[in-house]
Design a protein around this ligand. Structure first.
Ligand code: 2HG
Ligand code: ZN
Length: 458
């Protein structure tokens, strides 16, 4: 496959208008590197179509010119899945940012792939409905990108990941065919679930242009608590109790003292509790009626009153969430991190952490390893600072240790380029062969996001 010939730029300008074909390096720069700063490469062009028909025409032109295409949403990814490796056309979905009216009969709505999660949340406020997935990248991440990566976030333990919210999809295939399943019919077993196949396919099988999203009832009464505990086993004991005693449980997040100190410094925040703790658990409960008593009851006997701070109003709840959500930014400010997003069976989480630091140090003696994540899902974000961006000995050590404990090498961020060569740690040869066969069937020319998700074949 070649990089873009000048004729392609003209042809694409004919499809989307010259203003939406970017070639000037100053304009394309923001599309070329992902949020980690670790992955990316020069794009030959950035093209910004305005709808599914234009996406189809752009794809047809790129297929004819044999130039590969990288679909991109908000470019908030962390595994290099939505940025070029060198010479591709970046197809930005940013202009497809429509938000339809809430279909109250179905509890669903239709959105463009380029609408951000934050815009959807504002759109829904006051409607009595809410969206089931939330995470710290809400102002940048787009719903199309979130579906393409099967994003997770903080409320998966309550509502499931993106997959569980997708009730329908419009997508453009490499053939330029537009597939559309947007009626919102709640049950639909008429053959294979193609939208389901595209969820989590990271732009390798088709380009999502619109979604039909399932909504959940808005829960107006929310309380948030931050508890300090002595170790991860105590955090897991707390989780166990919370799950049984608090049906309103909405999020259970974890961080350690080292990550918290970076956040405190970066954002100039006060220490959240009167004394420092090795491990922190952020808990949120949401319900129709005030869940404070339920939460307090669930904490009782496990966490002493001095070791927890509880917030019920929006401002103080946000202040507690900042300690967790600013981790990504605070770590980025220290250097280019190696981000390993893994999921452990909950019973293996503590044994995994017992071994983690020694294993990373063995692979990369300079490494500083900071761990936080979504405790309720067994989803840990292992951030390794120190090794050069191209040195992936620590990455391999973390992913191998994850596999040894029966975990997944990608919990919610995807495989992208970061983990493609380790896919075999989480998927057997038969499964990888099926994935490759599906890829060949849907994209025989290999135009859609090459080098992502599937292991390199050379
Ligand atoms: C989060 O949960 C995001 O904060 C980012 O998934 C995780 O920074 C990370 O590694
Ligand atoms: Zn996360």
């Amino acid at each position: 496959v070649d990089s873009a010939p000048p004729r392609l730029a003209q042809e694409l300008a004919g499809v989307v208008g010259a203003a939406h074909v970017l070639a000037d390096p100053e304009l394309t720069a923001g599309y070329e590197t992902d949020l980690t700063g670790r992955f990316g490469g020069p794009a030959s062009l950035v093209v910004r179509p305005g709808g599914a028909a234009e996406v189809a025409a752009v794809l047809a032109a790129c297929v004819a010119a044999r130039v590969p295409v990288v679909p991109q949403g908000g470019n908030s990814g962390l595994v290099g899945g939505g940025v070029p490796t060198g010479g591709e056309v970046v197809l930005s979905l940013a202009r497809l940012d429509s938000l339809g009216p809430v279909d109250t009969a179905a509890g669903q709505l239709t959105v463009g792939a380029g609408a951000t999660l934050g815009a959807l949340q504002r759109h829904l406020s006051g409607s009595g409905w809410a969206f089931g997935v939330d995470h710290g990248g809400r102002e940048v991440a787009t719903l199309g990108g979130m579906a393409a990566t099967n994003a997770g976030g903080a409320n998966v333990l309550r509502h499931g990941s993106m997959r569980a919210q997708v009730a329908g999809m419009e997508a453009v295939l490499a053939s330029s065919d537009v597939i559309r399943r947007m009626s919102g019919a709640i049950k639909d077993n008429a053959g294979l679930d193609l939208p389901g196949l595209l969820v989590g396919s990271e732009g390798t099988l088709g380009i999502i242009t619109a979604l039909r999203l399932r909504l959940v009832p808005a829960l107006p009464a929310t309380v948030t608590a931050l508890a300090g505990v002595e170790d991860v086993r105590a955090a897991l004991a707390l989780l166990d109790q919370l799950r049984r005693a608090a049906p309103s449980l909405h999020a259970v997040e974890l961080f350690h003292r080292d990550g918290l100190e970076l956040v405190i410094r970066r954002r100039r925040l006060p220490d959240p509790l009167p004394r420092p703790f090795p491990v922190y658990v952020l808990i949120e409960c949401a319900a129709r009626q005030d869940p404070l008593d339920e939460l307090a009851g669930a904490l009782g006997g496990v966490v002493s009153e001095d070791d927890v701070v509880v917030a019920a109003d929006t401002a103080s709840r946000r202040a507690l969430w900042e300690y967790r959500e600013a981790h990504n930014e605070a770590i980025n400010a220290e250097g280019i991190p190696h981000k390993l997003d893994v999921c452990l069976p909950l019973g293996e989480l503590a044994p995994f952490l017992d071994e983690l630091h020694a294993r990373v140090r063995e692979a990369a003696p300079v490494a500083r390893t900071i761990v936080y994540g979504h405790l309720g899902d067994g989803n840990l974000h292992v951030n390794v600072l120190g090794p050069a961006p191209g040195d992936d000995a620590a990455d391999e050590a973390v992913l191998r240790l994850t596999a040894e404990h029966g975990g997944s090498i990608s919990a919610e961020h995807g495989i992208g380029v970061a983990k493609a060569r380790w896919l075999h740690l989480s998927r057997g040869p038969g499964e990888i062969a099926v994935m490759a066969a599906i890829k060949r069937a849907l994209d025989p020319a290999g135009v859609l996001n090459p080098g992502k998700l599937l292991p390199p074949t050379d």
